[in-house]
Design a protein around this ligand. Structure first.
Ligand SMILES: Cc1ncc(COP(=O)(O)O)c(C=O)c1O
Length: 393
């Protein structure tokens, strides 16, 4: 088989289309029954297999980016506050903090996983620190137990950037278990997708209530709440945003939830197959110096990954040439991520010189993400491996 191996292909099919059409034919297209049902179902998914455990509150948003902003606002983050976060992430993580007038305090990541380093977090805590915003990179969870201990010691909040999955677990901890809020993304390339969309899970009912208000202009009631025989006035009680999930998006997401585990398992099988084939074909990938920084799949797994992204690290200085060769060979790739403070805007606003966070910078210079999705065929995967082997030499 020839043709391009796409970096990502969504798996929305007949069931999602039928669910979407069903929602189109109802009265409410937004903030209606589909959104409410999806929020309940995602809450239950997050406590799957835990007999009798109460589900967190879930609030659907139009994106993870806005979910992060709403969560920070709901926790009263504002000017003068610092939020400790990671440079190994998408712009949204730091942008959300900056939009609230607060300052992202970037700290370095663990060499073997690319996850925020709890030792660096502890060292960065200061009088202005309001909270910690870890990112569960590629689908591996940050060390939430260590981060919670730091947060408790210094009375900080934790908001988790869980854009890379709903499926993960580490040390018995899932997104939302040990934080004030965990925020998910349903962007076009995510494991669950509605093109764009997001959700916030929180165990704090007051935070959930504030999130619901903030996502809808700070209004006391949404149109669906006011739908009845007699007109009901609403009020605006704080400055809010327009950032809710729509019923059409929720209708696309709902049929995906019952298949999330099955798809995660398929991704894990693909990850293991990549691992064994790449070890055979590019032994250098599995031995120093390529692994001096660690390649996430060579790291002993802790818990369960959502396997959102599969990354390799090239030799120093060779990443961009490899990207060009893989592109020419018809393999879709991405870079997750160039360290945030090396991007023009963040380098200006964060006042961090190159060299300040060496581990993140080196991962950022050497990382490539390969195609990873349940419908990637063995043939396509073999072509990716061959293209990597050829491009490596
Ligand atoms: C780590 C991370 N955080 C936040 C986001 C933002 O997600 P969204 O596009 O849903 O706003 C992304 C999206 O790519 C991401 O990868």
């Amino acid at each position: 088989m020839s043709g391009k191996v796409e970096f990502y292909r969504h798996q929305l099919g007949e069931e999602e289309a039928a669910s979407w059409l069903g929602a189109v034919k109802t009265l409410f297209l937004t903030l209606g029954p589909q959104v409410a049902a999806f929020e309940q179902e995602l809450g239950r998914y997050l406590v799957r297999g835990r007999e009798g455990a109460p589900a967190p509150h879930v609030v659907g948003t139009n994106a993870c980016t806005m979910g992060l902003m709403l969560a920070l606002r709901a926790l009263d983050v504002g000017p003068g506050d610092e939020v400790i976060t990671t440079p190994m992430t998408f712009a949204a993580t730091a942008s959300a903090i900056l939009h609230l007038g607060a300052k992202p305090r970037l700290v370095d990541v663990e060499p073997r996983t690319g996850l925020i380093d709890p030792v660096a977090v502890q060292a960065a805590v200061g009088p202005s620190t309001a909270g910690i915003l870890p990112v569960h990179l590629y689908g591996q969870m940050a060390d939430m137990k260590a981060l919670r201990a730091i947060a408790d010691r210094h009375a900080l909040f934790i908001v988790e950037d869980s854009a890379h999955g709903i499926e993960m677990e580490r040390d018995g901890v899932r997104p939302g278990d040990l934080s004030e809020a965990a925020v998910f993304s349903f962007y076009a390339t995510k494991n669950l997708t509605s093109g764009d969309g997001g959700a916030v899970a929180t165990r704090d009912a007051r935070v959930a209530e504030r999130l619901r208000r903030l996502r809808n202009h700070g209004a006391t009631k949404a149109a669906t709440d006011r739908h009845g025989a007699a007109y009901q006035h609403w009020d605006i009680v704080e400055l809010g945003y327009k950032a809710n999930l729509t019923d059409l998006d929720a209708a696309l997401l709902r049929p995906q939830l019952p298949r999330a585990e099955e798809k995660r398992d398929a991704r894990e099988r693909l990850a293991r197959r990549y691992e064994s084939r790449l070890r055979e074909r590019v032994p250098e990938l599995a031995s120093p110096p390529a692994t001096a920084l660690g390649v996430p799949w060579l790291v002993e797994r802790r818990g369960r990954s959502s396997h959102h992204l599969f990354t390799i690290h090239t030799r120093p200085g060779e990443r961009d040439a490899m990207l060009a060769r893989l592109g020419a060979a018809g393999v879709g790739t991405a870079v997750n991520y160039r360290a945030l403070h090396t991007l023009t805007y963040f380098s200006e606003v964060l006042d961090l010189a190159c060299g300040a966070l060496p581990v993140a910078e080196e991962i950022g210079d050497r990382t490539i993400s390969l195609p990873m999705y349940p419908t990637l065929t063995p043939d396509e995967q073999d072509r990716v491996v061959e293209a990597v082997a050829t491009a490596w030499t």
